[in-house]
Unconditional design. Structure first.
Length: 148
């Protein structure tokens, strides 16, 4: 066992001389650290999905060249982009893993007018809705924890 003089990190070598390894002793009765980290990574609670394009439905369309996208960064979901139109209130549906545990309601600026506001709602089913004919700016939506 030693402390690396450059990094200051405590290092040790595994040994079975006493019938168990040092790390095995530390983790006795607990989930090993590597397994815990792997679990965090696979559940999506940490990491970055990168920006993913949102698939629009019901005649909702991109406006002003700002493609609607979503992203999960360390378990928090963010939205961005500008949309307009729509023949029905359903804008899109977020996939499992990007959905809130409860309804998220946002009052946002309109994409086409900085002095006009509209609403945007995200349900636990992932359905995003906005009034028909509106032009919501997805950027000001409050980030939320991904629970579904």
């Amino acid at each position: 066992m030693a402390i690396d003089p450059v990094t200051g990190v405590f290092e040790y070598e595994e040994s079975t001389a006493v019938g168990t390894t040092f790390s095995g002793y530390l983790n006795k009765g607990m989930t090993p650290i590597k397994t815990a980290i792997a679990s965090i990574l696979t559940t999506g609670k940490i990491g970055d999905s990168g920006w993913i394009n949102l698939t629009l439905v019901n005649s909702w369309a991109v406006t002003l060249g700002e493609t609607p996208q979503y992203r999960k960064l360390n378990g928090i979901v963010y939205l961005r982009g500008l949309i307009t139109g729509g023949s029905a209130t359903t804008v899109a549906t977020l996939p499992v893993g990007f959905r809130p545990a409860s309804i998220i309601r946002n009052v946002v600026k309109a994409a086409t007018s900085p002095t006009t506001t509209t609403s945007l709602q995200i349900d636990p089913t992932g359905v995003i809705t906005s009034p028909t004919g509106a032009s919501p700016n997805l950027g000001p939506c409050a980030p939320y924890p991904a629970d579904n």
